[in-house]
Every structure is written in C-alpha cells, then in structure tokens.
Design a protein around this ligand. Structure first.
Ligand code: GDG
Length: 472
C-alpha cells in the first residue's frame, strides 16, 4: 500500500457514511470547517486522513476518496462511551473550558483514552511515508504525537489544539497531567488558537516538568542525553472567507435572506448560531434578552432573537440538562412576551445547510456571540465575511479567541448580565456610520487572514523543523 507524505489524524474522518442511490452504503464529504481548512493542503501534498467513520463497530479497509486515502479507525460502543463521551467530552472539554461544567475524573475513561489514542497513532504510523509529516488535530488525541514519535522517529509531527488550554491552576487538577504534557511534547510544533493558550501550556511545562522555555520554544531532554526543541505558539484558525463571500453574492441566497427578514417581521433581527454547548453562553444571552423585554427596553415588534442551537453530544448528561434548561427558558420568555403577531425568540434545535446559514447571517442586524469560553469561534468570522456592504453589528465575548483579532466588535463579558444588556441595546441602536467603520476593520482582518493562511503558516514552521533536522 502506498504511503502518504502528509497524514492528518482527527477524531472524525472528513466524510459521513450515507445510503447510496442503489441502497448500498456510500461516503459523502461532511461539511465541517476542519475539512475545508485542510482540503487544499491535502490535495497539494498527497495526503491521507486517519479518523473514526462516524458509526460504532464499523470495520472498513482504507479507501480512496477524492484523490486522498481515508483510513477508518474502528471504535466500539464502549470506546465511544469512555474515550469520546467520557474522557474527551466529560473530562477534558469542561476542564479546558475553565470548568464551566464540572469535569469528571474516571480511571476507566483514562484507560480507554490511552487505548484509543494508540489505535489512531498506529494507523498514522502505518500510513505515513519515510520522513513524512503527521498532523494531529485536537484534544481527543493529545497522546498521539508521542505515540507516533515512538513508532516512527523519522517523521515530523504537528499538533493543533482547537480549544483553549487552561491556566495552570486548573490544568493541575488533571490526575494524568504529566502524561498529557508528555503526549503533546511528542510533536515538533504544538499550535494553539491564542497567545494566552500557548503561554498557559508553557507555564504548565515549566511547573510540572521543569523543562526550560524561551520565546516560542521548549527544550525537551531525550533519553540519549540530548535535547529536542519543540515550538509552541499561536496560529489563530480561520474560515474559507472567499467561499462565504461567494455564497453571500448568490441571488437565490440574497432572496432567501430577504424572505427570512420579511417573515420575521420585527424591526431588528438578532441572531445566535451555536452548537448546543454550555461553553457558548446561550443561557446568559437568553437571560439578558429576556430582561430587556421585561424592562420594556425592547418591545415585541422592535426585535426578534433567532437562536439556532445545532444538536450536539446528546449522549453526555450535561448536554441533556442544558437542553432542558434552555428550552424551558425560551418557552417562558415566549409565553410572557410573544404576541400572536410577534415571536420574541425563534428557537431552532436543528442543523442547517451552509446556504441557509449564510442567508441568516445576511438577514441579521446583530450577531450575538457570547461564549463563556471558546477556542476561536468561527461563527463570528463567518458573519463578518458575508457582510459585504459593511452593515451589521457583531457582539463578541472577550472570552472567545476571535476577540484577539476582532477588537472592533462590541466586546462583552457574558457573565455581566447588566453590561450585556447595555451592549445589546447599543448594538440595536448603532448608527450605520459606526457599523460601517467597525465592520470594515473586522472584514479586512478576516479576509487577510483566511484559513489558507493559517494552514500555510503552520506548514512553514514544520518545513523549518525539517530543514533544521536535515542540516544537523
Ligand atoms: C471548535 C472550537 C474553534 C454550526 N451549526 C451549523 C453549522 N455550524 C458551523 C458554523 C461554524 C462551525 O459549525 C462551528 O464552529 P465554532 O468555531 O463556532 O465552534 P465549535 O464547533 O465549538 O469548534 C472553536 C473551532 O473548533 C475551530 O478551531 O473555533 O472554538 O470549540 O463553521 O458555521 N453549519 C451548518 N449548519 C449548522 O446548523 N452548515
């Protein structure tokens, strides 16, 4: 079997298993952001992709898809319960998002995480070419870099962390904190969203492992009494801005945006688009909005909040509780403040095609991104990208990574409900000239720093590592 120069390792494959026209199972490209992000790199580099196929117990041999080799990793129901819903989404996700929900530390989950990480690492090691590059994605696979290094010392390894890396005092709670750091340090380049995340990672390394750090580098001792330099720095991820702009210019999507606007009816349309996740601050947003209605600062016909909450992790208890809580709040607010003509909150627990998302972005006067903690938040960047006429207001949490680049948004602290209410009013009332000034600055940022640039800057640093290695 041929081996690939680049092997991406991610929890999920970039395809979904669907039923083909003849009733046979087939694969269809999934619309996720990471897929678009890595598409160009994959095509140019003869890439392979290692990941789970999306169904438990699926045993499928590696296969070609769109010119790339896809390598399915099989996960049993127990693996999914303990490695995915358990350790990844019940331990690491809440711990790394500043314990907004309480992380659970279970030894059986950890054992599954180690076991499954090894399976991914073995698949990557088997399919990467001599001297090739393995690029590991995200918190479900933090041990893979070190495991690949042990199996294939000849390859260069990168890791990108899509979610925040927490402050030392929180990270230190993790019973397996050293193993996780050792796992990540198997990479040559460890990438984070924000400068602050890279800083937190380096601090944990100094405190727990006592390895020296300088600038973006960490010096890791090796068994041969030598040392290895690991780069740890920020590479803020982005979107395929040109794709969003193209969609925003399509006549059918513009028409759809107009129709949505008319159907909603009220003077201002405020929009929230999030996975239904406790990190996204949906409850805080609803509370602020409900109080604005209660205080009479917003009246029924003046505004409508459209909240898309796409279904997420239904197998994790905290997500079931969150859904109940949000749906009860929406029902209460609508019961109290909707009229026969106006609905205060239009809540949609559904996923939508990208075209519909763009139509919603175009229809929205105000976009609310009020995450309590978020690695980056691509929704904020997508909204900015489609606002070609420089209208619209972005309300953005200072706890989302995007706030580092989008300082011209109306920044909010979502924990401060009074403050958030004032900012929401400011957004609704903002004059067009101010909207344009802010939006222009933000659009320049997003358009100049698209996902292609993100990929290129990571790969440039990988090339640099390779050059150094070849020279020594
Ligand atoms: C993680 C980090 C980081 C959402 N609902 C629908 C839909 N979406 C799309 C959005 C956006 C993406 O999903 C969500 O990305 P976010 O960045 O907002 O959030 P996470 O899913 O939590 O992603 C995050 C990201 O990784 C990348 O590194 O920014 O901080 O948590 O693209 O548009 N897309 C469609 N239908 C939906 O209903 N088509």
């Amino acid at each position: 079997m041929s081996r690939a120069d680049l092997v991406v390792v991610a929890n999920r494959l970039p395809v979904d298993r669907v039923e083909g026209p003849d009733g046979e199972p087939a694969w269809r490209r999934s619309p996720g952001g990471l897929v678009t992000a890595l598409e160009q790199v994959m095509q140019s580099l003869d890439g392979a992709w290692v990941g789970w196929g999306g169904q438990p117990d699926l045993q499928v041999e590696p296969f070609e898809f769109d010119g790339n080799l896809l390598v399915p990793v099989s996960l049993t129901r127990a693996d999914l319960r303990d490695y995915y819903e358990g350790f990844s989404n019940g331990t690491i996700w809440p711990l790394y998002h500043d314990v907004i929900a309480a992380p659970e530390f279970k030894r059986s989950w950890w054992d599954a995480y180690v076991r499954v990480n090894r399976r991914f690492a073995e698949a990557a090691a088997e399919h990467v070419a001599d001297g090739g590059f393995v690029w590991v994605q995200d918190y479900q696979l933090q041990l893979v870099p070190q495991m690949v290094r042990e199996l294939r010392p000849d390859v260069t390894i990168g890791y990108f962390h899509h979610i925040p890396f927490p402050a030392y005092a929180l990270f230190a709670q993790l019973p397996w904190r050293r193993q996780v750091l050792d796992g990540l340090l198997g990479a040559d380049v460890v990438g984070f969203q924000r400068v602050a995340d890279a800083g937190n990672f380096q601090r944990s390394i100094r405190r727990l492992l006592k390895y020296p750090t300088k600038g973006d580098t960490i010096t890791v001792p090796t068994v041969e009494d030598e040392s290895r330099v690991v780069v740890a720095k920020s590479y803020p991820i982005s979107i395929d801005a040109s794709q969003f702009i193209e969609l925003a210019q399509r006549p059918d999507i513009i028409e759809r945006a107009k129709a949505l606007r008319e159907q909603v009816g009220s003077e201002k349309l405020m929009l929230g688009v999030d996975r239904l996740d406790y990190t996204k601050g949906i409850r805080h947003r609803l509370k602020a909005y409900g109080e604005l209605l209660a205080d009479g600062r917003i009246k029924g016909h003046e505004a409508t909040l459209v909240q898309i909450a796409s279904p997420s992790r239904p197998g994790v208890e905290a997500y079931q509780d969150l859904r109940d809580e949000i749906e009860m709040t929406v029902a209460r607010i609508n019961g109290d403040y909707s009229t026969v003509e106006n609905t205060a909150i239009r809540y949609l627990h559904q996923g939508y095609p990208r075209e519909e998302m763009v139509a919603l972005y175009l229809a929205a006067d105000v976009m609310l991104v009020t995450a309590l903690r978020d690695g980056m938040n691509l929704v904020a960047k997508e909204y900015v990208a489609v606002r070609g006429d420089n209208t619209g207001v972005l309300v953005l949490s200072e706890f989302a990574g995007a706030a580092d680049e989008l300082g011209s948004a109306l920044l909010v602290n979502p924990h401060d409900i009074e403050g958030m209410k004032d900012i929401m009013m400011r957004a609704v009332e903002m004059p067009e000239a101010e909207q344009a000034r802010r939006m222009k600055t933000m659009r320049r940022k997003v358009l100049d720093n698209d996902v292609e640039k993100w990929g290129r800057s990571f790969l440039d640093d990988i090339d640099e590592v390779r050059r150094r290695r070849n020279a020594s």
